[in-house]
Design a protein around this ligand. Sequence first.
Ligand code: NAD
Length: 438
Amino acid sequence: MKIAMIGTGYVGLVSGVCFSDFGHHVVCVDQDQTKIDKLQAGQVPIFEPGLDVLMAKNVEAGRLSFTRDLASALEGADAIFIAVGTPTRRGDGHADLTYVFAAAEEIAKTAKDYAVIVTKSTVPVGTNRKVHEVVKAANPDLDFDVASNPEFLREGAAIEDFMKPDRVVVGVETERAAKVMEDIYRPLYLRDFPILTTDLESAEMIKYAANAFLATKITFINEIAALCEKTGADIKKVSKGVGLDGRIGNKFLHAGPGYGGSCFPKDTKALARIGQDVASPMAITETVIRVNEEVKHRLVEKLRDVCGNSFKDKTVAVLGVTFKPNTDDMRDAPSLTLVPAMVGGGAKVRLVDPQGYREGQDLLPGCDWLDDPYEAAKGADLVVILTEWNEFRALDLSRLAGVMSAPKMADFRNVYDPSDAKAAGFEAYVSVGRSDYG
Ligand code: NAD
């Protein structure tokens, strides 16, 4: 099979590399010249574990290449994937489909032969039909089908997720398109990974429903965590006890500083807007969006409390700024709310993150960046754990407390045990949904 992949971001690049590893010939296209220059030079523009090795292997094998030239990428392509961004549209919460429709129009004007135009981007129900209209209007003679193939990979574990998915969802309208999609995913089909074939609308809806459900699960446990703090229960024990129920499951039940990232915030907002548009209110999702914002503000107040009711002139070391470990993605990370609140309140903030600097330096102005947690904690009044990178999971707490001027910790990923923090010399320790001291 020959595949063209439009967009080489977190989804497009991982999908393109993995499809080429299936044995398909893949040409990845991006309008961003800097990205294409890097990719052509063998560099991966994002941080995703294992992607560099897999990319090099498939480039070497002659199955994977990168270009800005759409025409050469589309030549002989059986399928053309659209994997461009669908961010929140400014002002109204809708998914911004500008990039999707622009890509569809460019494809229409460039493609010559039959191909399936596959939307991998997360798009509201009805978008694939609009893609069909856009292509038809721009090139009435083109022979094509559309397909919806939402992506479920998680940043940080993207290759594993793509190669061993819980399921692949394919929305199609014709047998011909179904056959092309089946051939593309045959390596997964042969290994018994479920491939669910649906209509276009159901495929589009599955993606939003799945993300809204996961965001709800996280938000639910964060709300239970707040209740634990008031009642003396311990959220770690509660999560464990709840998650052992097979009907519930233990994933996405970890209390923390609220969900962030490139998907949940924008997809929950878009789903709420879809509901409003068709007068079918998404009351649960709307509440989840509101409560998730409140979680972050509640934690800002916790930080202020532990700092003695004011950030003024406090030195704070923040460990982790990316929205989760093993990615450099900063989109909607909780750090973007918590850090500016401290800086705005007069704190001197030092940041440590294994991959966050490239994106974070512009997003978090007025902070110092350091490489080492102990260096960052030197003379500090407070250490805050915001992202549970492995590097921050096994700190020598006594050493950390020993270099601080007033050893206090806000552990918003519940990595450590309050009793261990106390034994190590921390005079105050606050976390999420457990008994704090100090
Ligand atoms: P991204 O912003 O990282 O990448 C998008 C890329 O598309 C950019 O490199 C941009 O330059 C390029 N692009 C835009 N218009 C183009 C055009 N006309 N021609 C060529 N290139 C073009 O986005 P992402 O995180 O990869 O997300 C892509 C889609 O996948 C979104 O709809 C997102 O919701 C969805 N998704 C993302 C994830 C994730 O974890 N990031 C997971 C599942 C689904």
